[in-house]
Design a protein around this ligand. Structure first.
Ligand code: ADP
Ligand code: MG
Length: 352
């Protein structure tokens, strides 16, 4: 018996069944006048096709800098990457030639930013900008590009796309502009989208609509999606797994429901406890005490220790690795890790 060999798709793209993107032990630092700011201190995360990873953390935890390192849009200097790998389909982009890297970052990985107004050119119509995005990577004619622009606007459900393709960015609402940014990302048919706080600037009701659209397109095209946010409430419904960042490190990883139900790091517990809940109206809202550390002087041991209700001597003396979180009987909980010496107590305990 002979097996037919599929020479169409597999010949063009080598088969690869690992994660689309695999960030390993990534370090990023900024050389400033006051000293070296260690913004990213050994981040590990990965995302596969069809999977959504949410990266969660307070402002300044290194979420955007990690994304910028992946996209290759850090200004170097002042930034430098002293250590780490950023593997796309198994190949380290940091070790690739410029040209090869440009192809991946321009086409395979697309990024959506918080602020659509500053990403779009105010003096060009959205149709033209969408079309140019498309034309930059294909040999489409102007006419074809315009048709593609309308199609993309339809995809992201902009009403009356055909009539609006000649409008300028300021003629759209914030939510519609963010849809246009999603359309720009889709124009390249990427297999991974990194969305950095894509709904933070929008009204709450619009946030959910844009997030749902993103999730829907991600599933339809079987893309990988990295959703960066400081607001767990926004991503809880659409993410598969979560990586929580603090002071440039991943302090907890978990499938989204497990993280919600039983956080294994005191920082995550603090973040969850500070989300307002409808069923606890009137109760005082919890806030994590203190502030994130100055990255020029990250405290020794666990960086969270000065703010942590559970901190002991060991937390001030040793940096906790990301421990595998297990059930009481020792069975592994797949994808669960916590960089806390007291993850077990945290998992079972109350707030402090
Ligand atoms: P966030 O988690 O809010 O996205 P960022 O990744 O943007 O945080 O920033 C992480 C840290 O890196 C911040 O403390 C920020 O001050 C620092 N940082 C970012 N860009 C620069 C820069 N160009 N020069 C110096 N420090 C920077
Ligand atoms: Mg950010």
């Amino acid at each position: 018996m002979t097996t037919a060999v599929d020479t169409t798709k597999s010949a063009r793209q080598a088969p690869y069944d690992g994660p689309l993107l695999d960030v390993r032990d990534l370090h990023v630092e900024f050389v400033t006048r006051e000293g070296v700011a260690r913004a990213v201190n050994g981040v590990n995360y990965s995302v596969s096709a069809g999977e959504t990873l949410a990266v969660l953390g307070e402002s300044g935890s290194g979420k955007s800098v990690t994304a910028q390192a992946i996209m290759g849009i850090l200004d170097m200097p002042p930034a430098r990457i002293p250590k780490g790998e950023i593997r796309y389909r198994g190949q380290d982009m940091l070790a690739m030639g410029k040209e090869e890297r440009r192809k991946i970052r321009g086409q395979k990985i697309a990024m959506i930013f918080q602020d659509a107004l500053s990403s779009l050119n105010p003096v060009l119509t959205v149709g033209f900008q969408l079309g140019e995005m498309f034309r930059a990577h294909t040999d489409a004619s102007r006419k074809e590009a315009k048709a593609k622009a309308v199609e993309l606007m339809d995809r992201v459900r902009i009403p009356a796309a055909k009539d609006r393709v000649g409008d300028y960015p300021h003629q759209f609402s914030g939510g519609m502009r963010q849809r246009i940014m999603i359309a720009m990302a889709l124009a390249l048919e990427p297999d991974l989208i990194i969305a950095d706080e894509p709904t933070t600037a929008l009204d709450v009701t619009v946030q959910a609509q844009v997030m749902d659209l993103l999730a829907e397109l991600q599933a339809e095209y079987h893309m990988g999606l990295i959703l960066i946010t400081h607001d767990l409430g926004v991503v809880a419904d659409v993410a598969d797994k979560i990586a929580v960042m603090y002071a440039g490190r991943i302090v907890e990883t978990a499938p989204v429901h497990e993280l919600y139900a039983s956080p294994a790091h005191p920082y995550t517990r603090g973040l969850l406890d500070s989300i307002p809940r409808l069923d606890q109206k009137g109760q005082e809202l919890y806030a994590i005490k203190g502030l994130p550390p100055n990255l020029l002087r990250i405290p020794p041991g666990c960086a969270f220790n000065p703010r942590c209700p559970r901190a002991q001597d060991i937390c001030r003396g040793e940096v906790p690795e990301l421990f595998q979180v297990t059930e009481d009987d020792g069975t592994e909980q797949p994808g669960r890790g916590s960089a806390c010496f007291f993850w077990k107590e945290t998992l079972h305990g109350s707030r402090s």
